[in-house]
Write a protein that binds this ligand. Sequence first.
Ligand SMILES: [Zn+2]
Ligand SMILES: [Zn+2]
Length: 166
Amino acid sequence: MAEVEATQAAQVDVSKTNSVPGEGYDKKCIFCKIVNNEMSTELLHSDDEVSCFRDIKPGAPHHYLVVPTKHVGNCKSLTKEHVPLVKQLVETGKEILQKNNITDLTDVRFGFHWPPFCSVTHLHLHVLAPASQMGFTSRLFYKLNSYWFITADQLIELLSSKGETN
Ligand SMILES: [Zn+2]
Ligand SMILES: [Zn+2]
């Protein structure tokens, strides 16, 4: 799964590289570049908190990545304070699905790759729909109850059970 997101690095749009990076921006991070419109990637959603774009290698007919607009590390680095953010990523994912006429939210997979199985450290929620139409390889990449993929619900539960602050 490492090469899936790394290939996005190939699409740098040089005309937009002069924008001013702000706080929460990691200049080596491909997803920071995408949410700052420095790439040719189309943003399906963009606000101060959350951005969304299509996965370059869709694992299902609909495959979106929902990310915090400011750089946040992978799910292993999160604490209880990030629970509202994770919930917001899921809510935005649901809105995007509805805009794209996916109404059966029971046939959707929402989840995160568990480090070291994510090539991009910028926290990103994978939204795949319909889950029942995922091919063999995607079923493996986004496999439930595996040590490399954790659903959004499982992550929220895990973070909620962590102490207030480390
Ligand atoms: Zn980033
Ligand atoms: Zn991933």
